[in-house]
Ligand binder design. Structure first.
Ligand SMILES: [Zn+2]
Ligand SMILES: [Zn+2]
Length: 369
């Protein structure tokens, strides 16, 4: 059996780069050679033990690659050597949930999220893609790996927070937290035609980035009363839409308090413990407000749409990729990312070495030290 290099989760705070068997596709499956991937905040939850997965699993759910081998039944649609991305969420397209239009919940709650959760993920030289016909999305000619690397998860998730909320032209929108997902939610609000977009984040660099992604105003929540400030900006009413992109009680509650009667709280954060909605914040449940949650939309059609936005230069997500590492240096990359050092936003990981050689890696190392 042929081997490949992969990053395996062995338990809490125990990631190891090791040689494991290379996957082979069965009917309807494909194996792609990973050319670039990245680390997500969700991976940090897993490694810290806050979201349990089986020891022995290869993590990572953001794949960019080249079709290496096709299982039977796929020859008419795809060919070996084609460049593709695959969404973090890989719906089957045929189950009860998929056919009811909630593809991310394929086979049940969170079921569409398989890579690095219930099956081996993208932190490897090769990745087995299930239900390949629903999930392999060819990369348009001319787009680089870096231009599409944020699409499988971050962009799809963030932008969906604005889409699910049904933002209308002229809406006032507040986005709580301006990490990678929050920034993409800000971008989504701009794409949907919001007139006022407020990026809320305690970090100065992230507020600065927020403006590049479409915020008209930014607020530092540690320096003022965010809810009062948002009401002030909207003639005392509150915003039409608040997007929560952190997953904490404080931000959820502030988002709830900041929406107007009839407004929408669109939640993207990953919560733990109990989430509380105080009765005065929710107007005793009588103010025609909507609270909705969204998991990253996946599947090849979603990926095609996002790549079309990149190809037509409507969105540019490359500023989010602040650091590059070889996959061999995953532990170092994880350390930088999980501690949010060196102004890191997202890191690019390359199984076959950082393009352009060691120079960029050395720059990264000096940024850590
Ligand atoms: Zn993720
Ligand atoms: Zn399904």
């Amino acid at each position: 059996m042929q081997k490949m290099k992969a990053v395996v989760f062995h338990g809490v705070n125990d990631l190891r780069v090791e040689a494991v068997p290379r996957p082979r596709p069965r009917a309807g499956e494909a194996v792609i050679q990973i050319t670039a991937t990245t680390i997500c905040g969700t991976d940090v939850h897993i490694v810290k033990g806050e979201y349990p997965v089986k020891p022995g699993l290869i993590l990572g759910h953001e794949p960019v690659g080249i079709i290496h081998e096709l299982g039977s039944g796929l020859d008419e649609d795809y060919e070996v050597g084609q460049r593709v991305i695959v969404g973090a969420i890989t719906p089957c397209g045929q189950c009860f949930y998929c056919l009811n239009g909630v593809h991310s919940q394929c086979h049940g709650p969170l079921g569409g999220w398989r890579f690095g959760n219930t099956i081996n993920g993208a932190w490897a030289e090769y990745l087995l893609v299930p239900d390949a016909r629903a999930n392999l999305a060819p990369i348009p000619d001319g787009l680089t790996d870096e231009q599409v690397l944020m699409l499988p998860d971050i962009a799809s998730t963030g932008i969906s927070g604005a889409e699910s909320a049904g933002i209308k032209v002229g809406d006032a929108v507040a986005v709580f937290a301006q990490g990678p997902i929050g920034l993409c939610a800000t971008l989504g609000a701009r794409l949907r035609g919001a007139s006022l977009i407020v990026g809320v984040d305690p970090t100065a660099e992230r507020r600065e980035m927020s403006k590049r992604f479409g915020a008209s105003v930014t607020i530092n929540p540690t320096a003022c009363d965010v809810v009062a400030e948002l009401k002030h900006l909207t003639d005392g009413r509150g915003v039409d839409v608040a997007i929560e992109a952190l997953g904490r009680q404080e931000t959820f509650e502030a988002a709830l308090r900041s929406i107007r009667a009839g407004g929408v709280l669109s939640s993207l954060g990953v919560y733990s413990g109990k989430l509380v909605a105080p009765y005065e914040a929710i107007y005793a449940g009588l103010a025609d407000q909507r609270i909705l949650t969204t998991l990253c939309p996946g599947g090849k059609e979603r990926m095609r749409r996002l790549m079309a936005m990149v190809a037509t230069e409507r969105v540019d997500l490359t500023p989010l990729v602040t650091h590059s590492f070889a996959l061999d240096d995953l532990v170092e990359a994880y350390d930088l990312f999980s501690h949010q050092r060196g102004g890191v936003m997202k890191v690019a990981l390359y199984p076959h070495g950082v393009p352009g050689g060691e120079r960029r890696h050395e720059e990264v190392v000096s940024a850590i030290l």
